[in-house]
Write a protein that binds this ligand. Structure first.
Ligand SMILES: C[S@@+](CC[C@H](N)C(=O)[O-])C[C@H]1O[C@@H](n2cnc3c(N)ncnc32)[C@H](O)[C@@H]1O
Length: 255
C-alpha cells in the first residue's frame, strides 16, 4: 500500500477539482468508449480506477449495473455524491486497491480501465486482476495515453508528466499494452488509436499546483520548445497551447 501513498495523497487532494477538468466530463469520448465496448443492457460492468465515477455514471443507463473502484477515498466520496445528485441507483462505488480487487472470480461481463494505467507501477498485477474478475466470454478494455515512439521525445514528456503530477508513474507503450492481453490469454478483438489535443494549461491545472511548481513547468516547457521534435507535439490555436497525445484503446475477450 505504501507504494500507492503518493497516488492516494494526490487524488485525495485533487478530488473536489477533478470534475471541473474538461477531460473528465467529455461525453463525446465516453460515448465512443461505451460504443467501442458494445455496452448493452445485460452487461455487468466493473470500472477499474474509476476516479470520480464519470464513466461509471455515464454508462449506467446502457448496462444492467456498474461497480466503480478506486484507491482514493476522496475520489470515491465525490463519485458517491455524484451518484446521489444524479439519482442513479444501479451503480456502486468502493474504495479498493485494484492491484488486489476484493471480488470473486468471473463476476463481470465487461471490465474497463480508463486513463489510469499511467499511474500504476504494478500494472501487470492490475491487468491480471481485471482478467480474473471478468467472466469467460466477457470483454476487457484499457484506454490510456500511449508512449511516444521517439525515445528522447518520450523521456521529455515523462519528465513533464511527473513534474505536473507526482503520481504519474509511466506512460506505457502499445507493445506493453498488447503484452498484457497476450500474457493473460485475452484475445484482442479491437484496437483504436486516437490523438487527443489537451489544452496544456488546463492540463497543468487539473492537479493542485504550488506557485513554484507552476514556474518550473513553464520554464521546462519554454526550454523544450526550442527542440523541433518536441515543438511538433504542440499546436497553437486561438491563443491556446494544445498538447498532442496519442491515446490507445484496446479491447479483448476472455476465452
Ligand atoms: C486520472 S484518474 C482517472 C479516473 C477515471 N478513470 C476517469 O477516467 O475519469 C486515475 C485514477 O486512478 C486511481 N488509481 C491509481 N492507482 C490505483 C490503484 N492501485 N487502485 C485503485 N485506483 C487507483 C486514482 O486514485 C485516480 O482516481
Amino acid at each position: 500500500m505504501n507504494e500507492n501513498k503518493l497516488i492516494i495523497e494526490q487524488f485525495n487532494k485533487g478530488a473536489l477539482n477533478f470534475d471541473s477538468w474538461s477531460v473528465t466530463q467529455n461525453e463525446k469520448e465516453m460515448k465512443s468508449l461505451s460504443e467501442f465496448c458494445e455496452l448493452n443492457k445485460k452487461d455487468v460492468l466493473l470500472d477499474v480506477a474509476c476516479g470520480t465515477g464519470a464513466f461509471s455514471l455515464f454508462s449506467s443507463s446502457r448496462v444492467n449495473s456498474v461497480t466503480g473502484i478506486d484507491i482514493s477515498e476522496g475520489m470515491i466520496e465525490v463519485a458517491s455524491e455524484n451518484k446521489i445528485n444524479k439519482k442513479i441507483e444501479n451503480v456502486k462505488f468502493l474504495c479498493q486497491n485494484v492491484e488486489d480487487i476484493e471480488m470473486d472470480n468471473d463476476l463481470f461481463s465487461v471490465v474497463i480501465s480508463k486513463s489510469a494505467f499511467h499511474h500504476m507501477k504494478n500494472y501487470k498485477k492490475v491487468f491480471a486482476e481485471m482478467a480474473r474478475c471478468c467472466q469467460p466470454g466477457g470483454r476487457i478494455c484499457i484506454q490510456d495515453i500511449m508512449a511516444y515512439e521517439n525515445d528522447k521525445v518520450n523521456d521529455y514528456f515523462e519528465y513533464m508528466e511527473a513534474l505536473i503530477d507526482k503520481s504519474h508513474y509511466k506512460t506505457y507503450s502499445k507493445r506493453e499494452f498488447f503484452n498484457l492481453f497476450k500474457d493473460n490469454n485475452i484475445k484482442i478483438s479491437g484496437i483504436f488509436e486516437s490523438e487527443s489535443q489537451l489544452d496544456f494549461h488546463d492540463y497543468v491545472e487539473h492537479v493542485v499546483q504550488s506557485k513554484s511548481n507552476k514556474g518550473k513547468i513553464a520554464l521546462f516547457l519554454m526550454q523544450a520548445l526550442k527542440n523541433p521534435d518536441i515543438a511538433s507535439c504542440f499546436i497553437e490555436r486561438e491563443g491556446r497551447l494544445l498538447w498532442k497525445r496519442k491515446v490507445c484503446t484496446i479491447i479483448g475477450y476472455k476465452r
